[in-house]
Write a protein that binds this ligand. Structure first.
Ligand code: ADP
Ligand code: MG
Length: 669
């Protein structure tokens, strides 16, 4: 008969300070299918050491160990863990169950590391639990059960993987005699069914109840004799195909399940406090950037409110010699002719207006007004996104016959109304009232609608407050106000371009046309308010980067918190690690488990951070009257950042967990 276990010359030595302890010394043993080997010997004779070697939990100092024909010394760590999972069922004196799992989950644990789907392994675990008399305790936790019941769970767990060998190290050592008999009966039955069993016992009554009795003394086998038990006949049931073939690996779903259960739910307050760094970091990045984006959008909206897609060509208003020089070189300054040419040359121009500003005393009979006086022509209202509140804008007659009509901004209308009330006059509409412009009487024909613009925010874009403007037809301004000098005809040409994205291109086209008409004289400026705003916002980038840096520090601190808590967790759960390794988890499985836990914490923290940021942004933006803008890129970055934090700061603790020695871990209390 082939031997399932073959050992020869096996040694296990320990260094205790300067002295060498030979816990096992030159052991040779063959175990065959159907054997029930009882290992006896006084305390300290090396029984547990032998069992740990047979269970592949420990590495021998020398000698040969073969399990199922494979030389263990030649196998990789992962392969050894697989062998442990598939060929060996270990029953410990102190049960070694996971307290957080119920009976069924404890029994099913070895199948987790074989990648068996949850439903299947629970079915099988339930079957085994019922078979071992645990039918009424399926969903109890170890803390609620007696020693006998705990050992039944442990036996069921050892059996579920259909191992070739059952190893039991003093399985009745912690049980009373009645319970011991019940547990021993289970082992006898298993042996009768064909299971190979190696059991350590301290009980002299049990010593010869196996098929073989092996006696150890000081790390050596001093006796190997047959016991009273007959080896079982070749059992047909044992020839069955395995229900759960090996080769699988723990599934992502199981990792996440463990991550949520152990990482998040086991210590909720502690975990929450750990997450705070991530929560604060992520939420501040998102909230700050949302405010920044919101205020940028608000500024852009205001620019659009002052006139969408606007390009302004502004005369430089040269004086004295420079003016004379420009004129003598062939530029007649900015004029209505320029606009005509631009319109012909640039099809993207949708609307246009000409503006000329003039300094004039403006008097009402009740007192002076100090408006900005503008002569306008073309689509002035539309280009500047203005509307009438009262009365009318200039009609055909005003443009043509140089009527003395003016339109005033809302602030001017308010000033007029105030002056009336100060003088205890009845309130009335300013439309129809008269103003003296430089001594000439004009009639107010309309009032512009108020524009609510935060001028402070827009200072860099050279916008001015349209509510203080007094408008009159450009033609009137030119003919009525005597200005016979070299000054340019208009101060400003305003162009509305069809598309915001075509602004820069239009700007270039304008320059090339005006370069010709102005004979190369650089006597005008081109202002694109939206471009100016964008430039200004660009310069604020530094602030955004600073915000992100500060928030990143918070995330890093959060990561350190996670690392700290995971290191503590590894120490606390060293026994759990030992148990998982003992039933066949590879180092990689343990590593993945702890990484999943730290990532579960950090990703959950990130999710809380995003939610918190969402709430803060929505409320604050409502309060500050800002548009709510979230950057999708930033949300993605937040998810990636929190995932990476869990990963990076989880690696060291996970590595520590994975490299714990299984035997020492199991011994830890
Ligand atoms: P048994 O199970 O038969 O009581 P063990 O196998 O536990 O005995 O121990 C055998 C010998 O090896 C003892 O002398 C013990 O002190 C020693 N020993 C076991 N484990 C270690 C260890 N980790 N470090 C040092 N000595 C050990
Ligand atoms: Mg022992």
């Amino acid at each position: 008969m082939d031997s399932i276990i073959h050992i020869s010359g096996l040694k296990r030595h320990y260094w205790m300070g300067d002295t060498l302890v030979a816990a096992l010394d030159n052991i040779s043993l063959d175990v065959h299918k159907g054997d029930f080997v009882m290992i006896v010997g006084s305390s300290g004779s090396g029984k547990s050491t032998l069992m740990h070697l047979l269970g592949l939990l420990d590495v021998p100092t020398g000698g040969v160990l073969e399990v199922g024909g494979d030389r263990v010394a030649e196998c990789s760590e992962a392969r050894v863990s697989r062998m442990r999972n598939e060929h060996i069922g270990f029953v410990f004196q102190s049960f070694n169950l996971l307290n957080d799992l119920d009976v069924v989950e404890n029994i099913a644990l070895p199948l987790v590391y074989r990648g068996v789907p949850r439903r299947l392994r629970r079915e099988r675990a339930t079957e085994l639990a019922i078979k071992l008399g645990l039918g009424k305790r399926l969903h109890h936790h170890p803390k609620e059960l007696s020693g006998g019941q705990l050992q039944r769970i442990a036996i069921a767990r050892a059996l579920i993987g259909e191992p070739d060998i059952l190893l039991a190290d003093e399985p009745t050592g912690n049980l009373d005699s009645a319970t011991s008999r019940e547990i021993m009966q289970i082992f006898y039955d298993l042996n009768s069914q064909g299971h190979t069993i190696i059991m350590v016992t301290h009980d002299p009554k049990l010593a010869d109840q196996g098929t073989r009795k092996v006696t150890l003394l000081d790390g050596k086998i001093i006796e190997d004799v047959p016991g009273k038990r007959q080896p079982p006949a070749e059992h047909p049931a044992h020839q069955e195909e395995r229900r759960f073939p090996g080769g699988g690996s723990v599934s992502i779903a199981d990792l996440v399940r463990i991550g949520i259960k152990e990482g998040l739910l086991a210590h909720q307050l502690r975990t929450f406090l750990t997450m705070l760094g991530i929560i604060i970091g992520i939420s501040s990045v998102i909230a700050m950037s949302s405010f920044s984006l919101g205020s940028k959008q608000k500024q852009a909206d205001q620019i659009r409110a002052l006139g969408a897609n606007l390009v302004k060509i502004v005369d430089k208003q040269f004086e004295n010699e420079r003016l004379v020089e420009a004129r003598s070189r062939g530029s007649s300054g900015l004029g209505r002719k320029d606009l005509e040419l631009l319109r012909q040359g640039i099809p993207d121009i949708e609307r246009a207006a000409c503006v000329r500003q003039i300094k004039l005393n403006v008097m009402h009979e009740l007192g002076p007004l100090n408006p900005r006086v503008l002569g306008v022509e073309g689509d002035y209202l539309e280009v500047n996104n203005l509307a009438m509140a009262e009365g009318r804008f200039f009609d055909r007659g005003d443009w043509a016959t140089s009527e003395c009509s003016v339109v005033i901004g809302s602030t001017l209308a308010k000033i007029l109304a105030e002056m009336r009330s100060e003088n205890k006059l009845e309130p009335r509409s300013p439309v129809g009232e008269h103003l003296l412009l430089g001594g000439t009487p004009y009639t107010i024909v309309g009032v512009l609608q108020e524009k609510t613009i935060d001028m402070d925010e827009l200072e860099a874009t050279s916008a001015s407050d349209p509510n203080r403007d007094l408008l009159l037809p450009l033609e009137t301004l030119i003919t009525r106000t005597a200005y016979l000098d070299l000054r340019s005809e208009v101060d400003e040409i305003q162009l509305q371009i069809r598309d915001e994205n075509a602004l820069a291109q239009a700007g270039r086209a304008i320059r090339s046309i005006l370069g010709v008409t102005h004979a190369g004289q650089n006597d005008y400026d081109m202002v694109i308010p939206m471009d100016l705003l964008k430039q200004k916002q660009q310069s604020q980038h530094l602030l955004d980067i600073l915000t992100i840096c500060i928030s990143s520090i918070s995330i890093v601190v959060g990561g350190i918190g996670i690392m700290n808590i995971m290191l503590a967790s590894v120490t606390e759960r060293i026994r759990e690690i030992g148990i998982r390794r003992a039933i066949g988890a590879t180092k990689m499985d343990i590593m993945r488990q702890f990484l999943t836990e730290s990532m579960t914490i950090s990703i959950t923290g990130g999710a809380f951070g995003v939610i918190l940021a969402g709430i803060v942004v929505v409320f604050t933006c409502q309060f500050l009257n800002l548009p709510v803008v979230f950057s999708l890129q930033l949300l993605c970055a937040a998810v990636i950042a929190s995932t990476l934090t869990g990963l990076v700061f989880g690696i060291y603790p996970a590595y520590q967990a994975a490299n714990k020695n299984p035997v020492e871990s199991l011994r830890a209390e």
